[in-house]
Design a protein. Structure first.
Length: 105
């Protein structure tokens, strides 16, 4: 029950299993085709990415944002983030915040 009470994911997300494959996360009738663990990891990465782009959180260290979303080892977070988004969290943050600063001038 821990995942239901403490998870940043909606508790209404049903889990389905296939006779031939791993347990998958589904939303309604659409199965995302990912394991539950990879789906959750991508959701956590997406939320960390959103926080990295938030100007209100610009002074919060990257490792603190990573820890907020369950990545307790900064190297693991950086590796996972780079794999999904193609840059390190710090590079992403600097690029986004620099672009936002240029837009507001």
């Amino acid at each position: 029950m821990w995942a239901t009470r403490n998870s940043p994911l909606p508790p209404s997300l049903p889990l389905t299993t296939s006779r031939y494959g791993p347990c998958t996360a589904s939303s309604g009738n659409h199965t995302h085709g990912a394991t539950v663990a990879s789906y959750i990891r991508r959701q956590r990465l997406a939320r960390a990415r959103r926080d990295l782009a938030d100007p209100c959180l610009a002074t919060r260290p990257v490792h603190a944002i990573a820890a907020r979303w369950g990545f307790l080892r900064p190297a693991d977070f950086t590796r996972a983030f780079r794999t999904i988004y193609g840059s390190t969290p710090t590079e992403y943050r600097h690029g986004i915040l620099r672009a936002d600063a240029g837009v507001h001038r």
